[in-house]
Design a protein around this ligand. Structure first.
Ligand SMILES: [Zn+2]
Length: 342
């Protein structure tokens, strides 16, 4: 009876890795480096990076030269010392923030959607895959500098009535919400499947569809843009999100529709062109003035609620008129030569 009870508990725990981790952690001695390491591996396997990171650090407390734990955390031997690779270290910090800070709809709700068919299963799996949020947070961090080390993100399934978008995101400093229209995302998977079939059959596809994982990067960027600045133009908001996602679909679409790069001050008449046009501005800023100045500009606008034009003039050291001219010429070339990755 007791054994059977034990089995039942184990079965339930296997369903909830976070709970199973707690059970295993309670049974692990603090100074048992190998057992701690196995625990960290269990957490990492289930993408519970917020638990894996401190557990790996505890392995090193018990056994400072534990090679596998050091390697997981991105350390390399440098003589007698261990040196940490910044890129790996940052990856772990972002992973921990994602594992601790992204909340999804309850299991029952997910299962209801999954039962609607394979396109839905694919859509749900995409939305639940924490690796996409890690990639998204890394992109936002690298490009904008707006990531502050933590996330508090709610992913909600909601139909976007009257809007032709599969997802909408908003928030401030990584605290926010991403609404997913599961039906639209599932339908979109069918579009992509058809595109893949056509391509394999040798058809020439001029405008590839937007990548669904790029949608998550795009919406996550919006979760960092909110705040006190109500005066941000659409090209700035959408351009930054599209720049972070780097999805060539938007440039291909812009070109295919015969659009030309006009001065950014002329405005973009139709919203559907604002993505590529705004993206070009960020590429220009990054290429011509460098990442540090581009981040300083973003910081001034998003965090300090400065005007986009004034902050750009200050960050890039040109008058706004000079910037507008230079950017238009640069971006016209960029849009022309940009190569969409297949
Ligand atoms: Zn957007």
């Amino acid at each position: 009876m007791i054994a059977l009870l034990g089995l039942l508990v184990a079965l339930q725990d296997a369903d909830d890795p976070r709970k199973e981790f707690e059970t295993r952690a309670a049974a692990t001695a603090a100074n048992d480096a190998e057992a701690r390491f196995a625990l960290a591996e269990f957490a990492a396997k289930h993408k519970l990076w917020d638990l894996a990171l401190p557990t790996l650090e505890k392995v090193l407390e018990a056994s400072p030269d534990h090679k596998a734990a050091r390697e997981r955390l991105g350390y390399k031997r440098a003589g007698k010392e261990w040196k940490r690779d910044d890129v790996q270290g940052r990856l772990w910090r972002v992973r921990a923030a994602v594992a601790a800070g992204v909340a999804f709809p309850a299991r029952a709700e997910l299962d209801t959607w999954r039962r609607k068919g394979p396109s839905y299963v694919k859509a749900i799996d995409l939305v639940l895959d924490l690796d996409h949020y890690v990639a998204a947070a890394l992109a936002v961090d690298e490009r904008t500098g707006l990531f502050e080390g933590s996330l508090a993100l709610k992913v909600v399934f909601e139909a976007a009535e009257g809007k032709n978008v599969p997802a909408t995101g908003w928030g401030k400093a990584g605290k926010g919400q991403i609404d997913i229209d599961v039906k639209k995302l599932a339908d979109y998977n069918d579009v992509i499947a058809k595109y893949d079939r056509d391509k394999r059959a040798g058809a020439e596809v001029v405008v590839p569809p937007a990548r669904p994982e790029g949608i998550l990067v795009h919406e996550l960027t919006h979760c960092f843009q909110g705040g006190d600045n109500a005066g941000m133009p659409a090209w700035f908001i959408e351009g930054m999100a599209t720049w972070c996602a780097q999805d060539g679909h938007y440039v291909a679409f812009f070109r295919h529709q015969g659009q030309t790069v006009k001065a950014i001050t002329d405005g973009v008449r139709e919203h559907k062109y604002v993505y590529a046009r705004g993206w070009a501005f960020f590429e220009y800023a990054d290429d011509k003035h460098g990442r540090d100045k581009t981040r300083a500009w973003i910081d001034a606008v998003v965090r300090k609620a400065r005007r986009v034009d004034e902050a750009a003039a200050e960050a890039f050291g040109l008058t706004w008129d000079e910037l507008v001219k230079e950017e238009q010429a640069w971006s016209a070339q960029w849009v022309k030569r940009y190569r969409v990755k297949p």
